[in-house]
Design a protein around this ligand. Structure first.
Ligand code: NIG
Ligand code: FE
Length: 402
């Protein structure tokens, strides 16, 4: 297939590797372009005059073409809903108060344990349609609303079943301590039962843990991640979200592939990240949706040369949005990232943070033909017009999926 008459082909091509610091502003845009695709892979990109149209040509009508978004942090399967908590927060309650009184993650755990496999699958499929409709062609997807062997496995089976987009699964058994067990006993259960079973079944590529007051400690994380490493899984971590407790530095110490949230991370944490290979994954929609005001220090991170990633954190509690354009808008308005930096953060950098930088995240010869066509003339319109969906079409491996 030839896609031609592309107003702006935003390739994100260049030197292999994530974009760090100033390089995040370089998008490698080709104006008046075309892109040739064969067998689901990109064969060539360039000025449209260099290609000959045939019967299998798609006229993009001067629209903008981007790499499909890679959403590097989502929790897309759960049972029930958290609408009452949304209303409670609207009336002044905080996320922390609701969580301490038995709501929050525990509420989703009760509802997920009670949900049938079919109900979980139906919800997941609906969420996949939402992701695609907003231009996302790959998600990282976490379990974490089971907190027991059976339900964590059921969630991961849902995530690893057939889906219309790429799904990279993460076991988040260490999301919270279940009500029926003491913390130490549950950490042992995660290490001795859940993680080995997940690894045996090939149900996850990464494992995650929520390091936070009232959830898991640094020592719990050292135990869990020691096991994760021994099982050959990659490490992702929720750190420094609600309180600053050296979580970013801990993620570096444990050799995490990504350290996620980082709202409370201070300059020491950013320095530790800058001397590591751990990707900072920032989730501004969770700050916004909880009605908070302290966003992560993206500017400082970029100035220190970090390859910043942005993701939705799509989940029923802190971030009920599957919208990357919304996240890009928040990055620009609240964190003072430029539209180009925000775009690098949800494409090439996100792909590298999931160890998929060689296949995904940019439109270059040899890579997967995961791309989106937007009904706009300038890529900056995506971050600019928040609250409207400007996607025209989405493709995964060259196949029209939305
Ligand atoms: O990334 N912080 C922990 N986990 C999720 C929220 C989960 C929930 O509230 O259901 C997050 O914000
Ligand atoms: Fe999360």
């Amino acid at each position: 297939m030839l896609v031609t008459n592309i107003g702006q082909l935003v390739t994100l091509g260049g030197e292999p590797g994530p974009r760090r610091g100033r390089a995040m502003r370089e998008l490698a845009v080709i104006p008046d372009a075309a892109m040739l695709i064969e067998n689901g892979l990109i064969v060539a990109t360039g000025p449209k005059g260099a290609f000959e149209a045939d019967e299998d040509t798609l006229d993009a009508g001067g629209r903008v073409v981007l790499p499909g978004f890679v959403d590097a942090h989502t929790h897309p399967v759960w049972g029930g809903d958290r609408l009452d908590e949304f209303e409670m927060r609207a009336s002044g309650a905080t996320y922390e108060q609701i969580s301490k009184s038995g709501g929050g993650i525990q509420s989703s755990v009760r509802q997920t344990r009670a949900a049938t496999d079919d109900a979980l699958r139906e919800k997941f499929e609906k969420h996949c349609r939402w992701f695609l409709a907003g231009g996302i062609t790959t998600i990282e997807a976490k379990s974490g609303y089971g907190l027991d062997l059976e339900t964590e496995i059921r969630m991961l089976r849902t995530l690893t079943g057939p889906a219309p987009l790429r799904v990279i699964s993460t076991v988040l058994a260490a999301h919270a301590v279940p009500p029926e067990m003491a913390r130490n006993k549950y950490v042992s259960c995660v290490c001795e039962e859940i993680l080995p079973e997940v690894a045996r079944g090939g149900l996850a590529e990464f494992a995650d843990i929520f390091v936070e007051d009232g959830f898991f400690t640094h020592d719990d994380a050292r135990r869990v991640m020691g096991k994760v490493r021994a099982l050959g899984l990659g490490i992702r971590m929720h750190v420094d979200q609600l309180t600053q407790n050296g979580g970013a530095t801990l993620a570096v110490e444990l050799g995490a592939t990504s350290a996620d949230h980082l709202e409370q991370t201070d300059s020491d944490g950013i320095k530790a990240l800058a001397q590591s290979r751990t990707f900072p994954v920032l989730l501004p929609a969770s700050v916004y949706a909880l009605g908070k005001t302290k966003y992560p220090e993206a500017r400082q991170m970029i100035n220190q040369g970090l390859p910043v990633v942005l993701a939705t954190d799509f989940n029923p509690g802190s971030s009920p949005t599957p919208s990357i354009p919304m996240v890009m808008n928040l990055a620009c308005t609240q964190m003072k990232m430029t539209p180009a930096e925000a775009l690098s953060a949800v494409t090439i950098n996100a792909a590298y943070s999931l160890c998929r930088g060689e296949q995904l995240g940019s439109l270059e010869a040899g890579k997967q033909a995961d791309f989106t066509i937007w009904d706009i003339a300038d890529y900056r319109e995506i971050a600019y017009h928040f609250g409207v969906n400007q996607l025209w079409r989405a493709y995964v491996s060259g196949v029209h999926v939305a």
